[in-house]
Structure formats: structure tokens, C-alpha cells
Design a protein around this ligand. Structure first.
Ligand code: ADP
Ligand code: MG
Ligand code: MG
Length: 252
């Protein structure tokens, strides 16, 4: 079973410390939600875990299945089964969705274990159907000219095909209407199994009506300040971040 262990993580961006000692463990079959106000370091955490060069880890330890994640390259992290669905997915002109996913899968599988082309396309068509994605999507260039909702659905398609060990979803719900939100949630719920652990980053409780988290963590000022069950998300919806901040005695 996969396990991501984050201990005392510190991350600096452009000389400023953003993540300030964060501890979190995500296991296979678990859905963890990280909620928090804007600018609190949620995306910084996700980027640092994926190994984005702009995000410098200045302290702490992260292991995936017991292996030191922080010493791995971005590619090695992906091969180890870490996946990030981004808040703002990049557009890649000239690379079709299908090719991008096939390359990612083959890179994961390693030389000699490439997935046969026909088998790949059959699987892709199946997943696309499930996620209500039009068949023409496969041959379109990665995210080019896609609407916000289409980009997010495409991230879920990539995730469904890659079957990561740990999936991080960064504000996948932002800008989605309720129908797109349900499709995204279905993608997560379909993939839920002991083989995958989820870290779902969201500002709003709304997504958690469709994806039921096992644990909810509130992040403020670069740390997790409170953890609980799904009732914590409901509390935040009713009371807001400011009230929790006051309750915990956190100052700006
Ligand atoms: P959240 O995802 O919780 O809204 P972010 O991690 O995006 O928060 O941002 C936290 C802080 O880090 C903000 O003050 C933001 O300006 C800063 N920051 C994040 N990424 C960058 C970057 N690439 N360059 C400069 N500052 C950044
Ligand atoms: Mg933000
Ligand atoms: Mg963010």
C-alpha cells in the first residue's frame, strides 16, 4: 500500500519561507483534504512535492513508500507514482492529449514494458466515455483552447489513466460548474482503492459533498493548524476561516 510521509517540511519561494514546518501522512485508500485561505501555501506544498525547481525545500523530510522523495528528480517522482493535477494546467501546443498520456504511461512502465498502442487507445476511449469527455479530445493538443472545466476534466483523465500511488489535486474544483464538479468527483471516487492515496487541496467545502474525505486538514500560514473528520469542512463552511483563526489565536 502506498504511503506518503511529510515531516517538518519547510519550503522557500524566491527567498521567502512559505511552508513552515508541515507534517502529514497520506496512505493508500485514504482521502485527505487540505483546506485553507488563499495565499497560505497550499499550491507551494504541492509544487514542492512534485519537485518544481522554483520551490526550495529548506528543511524536513518526505518519503514515498519509504524512499526519499526529495532526492528524486521530477521524472523519478512521477515514475514512483506521484501525480499532481494542477490549479492551472499548462497548454502544450503540438502534443496531443493521447500522446501525452501514452508517453507518461510508457515512461512509468520503463523500456521494454510499453503499453501496446491498440490496448492504450481502447483504455483511453473507455475512460473518456466514463468521464463524459468527447472522443475528439484525444487528438486535440494538450489543453490548447480548452475551457477551464475541460482542462480540469482532462487532468482527471490523465489521473485515471496513470493510476498514481499518490494523487495530489490542487483546487481542481475552482471554476467548475456543478456538472463538471460531479464528473471530477466521479473520477476520484472511481480511482479510490487501497492502491491510491489522495491529497485534495480545496478552498471550498463544496467539492467535499461529492468526494468524502477521511481526514480534513486546515492550513494557515504555512502549517496545518487543525485536523479532523469531514465535520471540520462543514464547520468551516458555516463559520469561515476568520472565525477558526480567532478561535485558534492565530494572528495575521
Ligand atoms: P495558496 O495555494 O494557499 O493560495 P500559494 O502557495 O499559491 O498559496 O502562495 C503562497 C505564497 O507564496 C503567496 O504569498 C505567493 O505569492 C507566494 N508564491 C507562491 N508561488 C510563488 C512563485 N512562483 N513566485 C513568487 N511567489 C510565490
Ligand atoms: Mg490560491
Ligand atoms: Mg493555490
Amino acid at each position: 500500500v502506498p504511503q506518503l510521509v511529510i515531516e517538518g517540511l519547510h519550503v522557500t519561494v524566491e527567498g521567502k519561507e512559505i511552508v513552515k514546518g508541515l507534517d502529514l501522512t497520506v496512505g493508500g485508500g485514504e482521502i485527505h483534504a487540505i483546506m485553507g485561505p488563499n495565499g497560505t501555501g497550499k499550491s507551494t506544498l504541492a509544487s514542492a512535492l512534485m519537485g518544481h525547481p522554483k520551490y526550495e525545500v529548506t528543511g524536513g523530510r518526505v518519503t514515498l513508500d519509504g524512499q526519499d522523495l526529495l532526492s528524486m528528480s521530477v521524472d523519478e517522482r512521477a515514475r514512483a507514482g506521484l501525480f499532481l493535477a494542477m490549479q492551472y494546467p499548462a497548454e502544450v501546443p503540438g502534443v496531443s492529449n493521447a500522446n501525452f498520456i501514452r508517453q507518461s504511461l510508457n515512461a512509468r512502465a520503463g523500456e521494454g514494458n510499453e503499453i501496446p498502442v491498440l490496448k492504450f487507445h481502447r483504455q483511453l476511449q473507455e475512460k473518456m466515455k466514463k468521464l463524459n469527455i468527447d472522443a475528439s479530445f484525444a487528438e486535440r493538443y494538450l489543453n490548447e483552447g480548452f475551457s477551464g472545466g475541460e482542462k480540469k476534466r482532462n487532468e482527471i483523465l490523465q489521473m485515471s489513466m496513470l493510476e498514481p500511488r499518490i494523487a495530489i489535486l490542487d483546487e481542481i474544483d475552482s471554476g467548475l460548474d456543478i456538472d463538471a464538479l460531479k464528473i471530477v468527483a466521479e473520477g476520484v471516487n472511481n480511482l479510490k482503492s487501497p492502491q491510491t492515496g489522495f491529497l485534495i487541496i480545496t478552498h471550498y467545502q463544496r467539492l467535499l459533498n461529492y468526494i468524502v474525505p477521511d481526514r480534513v486538514h486546515v492550513m494557515m500560514q504555512g502549517r496545518i493548524v487543525k485536523s479532523g473528520g469531514r465535520e471540520l469542512a462543514e464547520y468551516l463552511e458555516a463559520h469561515g476561516y476568520d472565525e477558526l483563526k480567532a478561535e485558534l489565536g492565530i494572528e495575521d
